[in-house]
Design a binder for this molecule. Structure first.
Ligand code: FAD
Ligand code: SF4
Length: 332
């Protein structure tokens, strides 16, 4: 598939990247391009200008500070997998990064791009010809119908990033750079929950760094992913669990899910039954049931909502069992 004509810039500073996007309407930031370019080729998006941010200096390293690990937005998922520091302090981030696509893609795909990847839809992600010429425009294309959920009143495209749930469970923050300077916000704030406009960031804003607080003592985490093909696939359901455990009592619990809505979802009820309780098989079952009841997935991956809900229960259970095993083995 050939790309249509577009203009291309390679700024070397964050400031010039922001200025370029302010000057050019219909422009997009380009990092590794593994999410953006296939959509551009298919005609699903049609930017007139691409601003390649990969030449920007200062946002491509992993730094340890007193209370935080700071990961530049341009760090690739492959570099995360290879980082001795992240492997030692946050193995669950490595698990999530490793589960994305294939090694070849992970060597190019950046963390910033993974967090900001667009929502997915069986209909919308199909080619321009299929989407535009035969079907009426859907909400995400500026129309008034949804082809996936008949009589749907809004776009329900699904956010499927693998790394966001782990960073959310770890209470990560992101440093956002825009025309009015830098701001540090919670990662959860960048997700709008809207399928057709998934991010709260302004068009000229970009993520520069991800700040992950150092783990509390006796904290253990994991990421488990259910997908169709083990070799390469987006999650049907992905679950990050992060618990603080003292002897046999759970002091704190963070559970986030991906691919079950237009933004990552916190399983708040599943967390609350765990907090302050003693570890047991019944408790894990109860927590998984709470997640099952809370989550209302959309059949946007070719699977029924009923089936995805069942898998939420199974995989929350697996995630919690894995965290308990990590706790017994002393692996954070
Ligand atoms: C075959 C295939 C399989 C895949 N499987 C998976 C999978 O299993 N799990 C998964 O999570 N993803 C998967 N992906 C999607 C994609 O590879 C990853 O999300 C990747 O991490 C995107 O990073 P990138 O640097 O390539 O982003 P790009 O494609 O360059 O950008 C993605 C979006 O983020 C924006 N963006 C990029 N960087 C920033 C920034 N710093 N600040 C603000 N906005 C930014 C861009 O403007 C664009 O809209 C797959 C893709 C393909 C093609
Ligand atoms: S879910 Fe969104 S992108 Fe998919 S068909 Fe419906 S409106 Fe379009």
């Amino acid at each position: 598939m050939r790309l249509p004509h577009f203009e291309y810039f390679e700024p070397e500073t964050l400031k010039s990247a922001v200025n370029l996007i302010l000057k050019n309407k219909e422009s997009k930031f380009l990092a590794g391009g593994t999410d953006l370019m296939p959509k551009f080729k298919k005609g699903v998006i049609r930017p007139e200008v691409l601003i390649n941010i990969k030449e920007i200096t200062g946002i491509n390293s992993i730094k340890e500070e007193k209370n935080y690990l700071k990961i530049g937005a341009l760090v690739t998922l492959g570099e995360i997998e290879d980082s001795p520091l992240i492997n030692q302090v946050f193995p669950s981030i490595v698990e999530a990064a490793h589960s994305v696509a294939t090694q070849q893609l992970r060597n190019t795909a950046t963390l910033g791009g993974n967090l900001c990847q667009d929502t997915r839809c069986l209909y919308f992600d199909n080619s321009y010809l299929f989407g535009q010429s035969i079907w009426e425009k859907c909400f995400k294309r500026g129309g008034n119908v949804c082809h996936l959920v008949k009589k749907g009143k809004k776009c329900l495209a699904v956010y499927s990033g693998d790394v966001a749930p782990v960073l959310l469970a770890l209470n990560a923050k992101v440093q956002v750079v825009g025309s009015s300077g830098k701001r540090l916000i919670s990662l959860s704030e960048i997700y709008s929950g809207k399928g057709d406009n998934a991010f709260t960031l302004l068009p000229e804003e970009l993520i520069a760094e991800i700040h992950v607080p150092k783990p509390k003592p006796s904290s253990y985490g994991t990421y488990v992913k259910f997908r169709e093909r083990g070799s390469i696939d987006f999650p049907i359901v992905g679950i990050a669990a992060y618990l603080t455990i003292n002897k046999d009592t759970i002091k704190d619990a963070n559970i986030w899910l991906t691919s079950v809505g237009s933004a990552p979802v916190e399983a708040v009820e599943a967390e609350s039954v765990l907090k302050g309780a003693n570890i047991s098989t019944d408790l894990i079952e109860k927590s998984a049931n709470q997640a099952y009841q809370q989550i209302a997935p959309v059949p946007n991956h070719g699977y029924s909502a009923w089936y995805i809900k069942e898998m939420v229960k199974v995989f929350v259970k697996r995630a919690l069992i894995k965290v308990m095993e990590n706790a017994r083995g002393g692996q954070s």
